[in-house]
Design a protein around this ligand. Structure first.
Ligand code: THU
Length: 138
C-alpha cells in the first residue's frame, strides 16, 4: 500500500472510531488511530462520565488498548479526528501519553490532525518539545 493510502486508511479508522464515541456531555466525538511498524492499527475514542472530569480522551484510550495488547514501541503515525470545522491537536495529557509509547520504541510519529477539509501533519516532537519520558529516569 502507498504511503498516501496508508494514511487514508488510518484516517478512516479514526473516523470510524469517533462513530463509537461515548460523549453525551460534550457532544464532541473524537477518534484516534495509531499505526505501528508492522502495519497494525489500534483505535480509540473518547469515553465520558457523569462525573465530567473523568472523561478519557480518544488518544489515551487508543494507547491504553495498544499497551494492554503488549505493544511497547513501533508507533509510526497517529490520526485524530474531531467534529469541528478545524483539525484538532491532541490535548497536553494525550501528548505525554503518546510520547511514552513513542519513546519506548525511539520513534517520532507523525500526528495527522484531521479536519473536514484539511489534514495537518505534525511531528509529536513538535507538539511536545523537550519531552519528559522513560529515558529521563535513567
Ligand atoms: N478530547 C479527546 O478525546 N482528545 C483530545 O485530544 C482533546 C479532547 C475529548 C475529551 C472530551 O470528551 C471531549 O473531547 C471534549 O473536550
Amino acid at each position: 500500500m502507498s504511503a498516501d493510502k496508508r494514511d487514508e486508511a488510518l484516517i478512516a479508522a479514526a473516523r470510524a472510531a469517533a462513530d463509537r464515541s461515548y460523549s453525551p456531555y460534550s457532544n464532541f466525538p473524537v477518534g484516534a488511530a495509531l499505526r505501528f511498524d508492522d502495519g497494525t492499527v489500534v483505535t480509540g475514542t473518547n469515553i465520558e462520565n457523569a462525573s465530567y472530569g473523568l472523561a478519557l480522551c480518544a488518544e489515551t484510550v487508543a494507547v491504553s488498548r495498544a499497551m494492554a495488547e503488549g505493544r511497547r514501541g513501533g508507533l509510526e503515525a497517529v490520526a485524530v479526528t474531531g467534529p469541528g470545522a478545524h483539525p484538532i491537536t491532541p490535548c497536553g495529557r494525550c501528548r505525554q501519553v503518546l510520547n511514552e509509547l513513542a519513546q519506548l520504541g525511539s520513534t517520532d510519529p507523525d500526528i495527522l490532525c484531521v479536519g473536514p477539509g484539511e489534514v495537518r501533519r505534525v511531528k509529536l516532537s513538535a507538539l511536545l518539545p523537550a519531552a519528559f519520558g522513560p529515558a529521563s529516569l535513567d
